[in-house]
Design a protein around this ligand. Sequence first.
Ligand code: SF4
Ligand code: SF4
Length: 178
Amino acid sequence: MKGEKKKKIVKTIKIDVDKCNGCRACEVVCSAFHASPKYSSNNPARSRIRVIRDPLRDVYVPVCAGEYAVAECAGRDKYTIDGKEYDECAFCRASCPSRQEFKEPDSGLPLKCDMCEGEDEPLCVQWCLVDALTYEEREEEVEETEEQEELEIGLEALASKYGLQKIMETVARLSKKE
Ligand code: SF4
Ligand code: SF4
């Protein structure tokens, strides 16, 4: 069923791989911003952005955590950069059952970039002093039902993987710490 049209803000972090120097400030600030309470600790393992680093080749590729995937995908990508072949899945944004990236270390729950909700500009962008990360917003028209459907599919996938009880316990634990 078609819903009403409504405006949606599309937020984009533009990544200029050539400018990134691998300093990992983005990982540090992201994990600190999402700590409970905020800024109480930093641990890049909890970051929603990770920088794939190959200092010998001067290759640094920041990747922001995307959607949770309920199953690993059927096809794989393989990248070669400056003659080096990277692992399959190396640059994938998904939190996925077949690898450890973008998972909360204690609970195993998936991590996803939320664009630093509530901030005018993402923290990783603010802290990237060489402008490898820049921020853009644009407005798009979408069907009103679209977002609700996306949310329902995401919650269903999480509940079937981790169980509703574990998700509720984690949410309760995090909200107590705030
Ligand atoms: S803060 Fe910027 S330069 Fe440093 S690792 Fe992150 S993206 Fe790269
Ligand atoms: S936008 Fe915020 S949540 Fe997303 S990777 Fe950057 S610091 Fe982390």
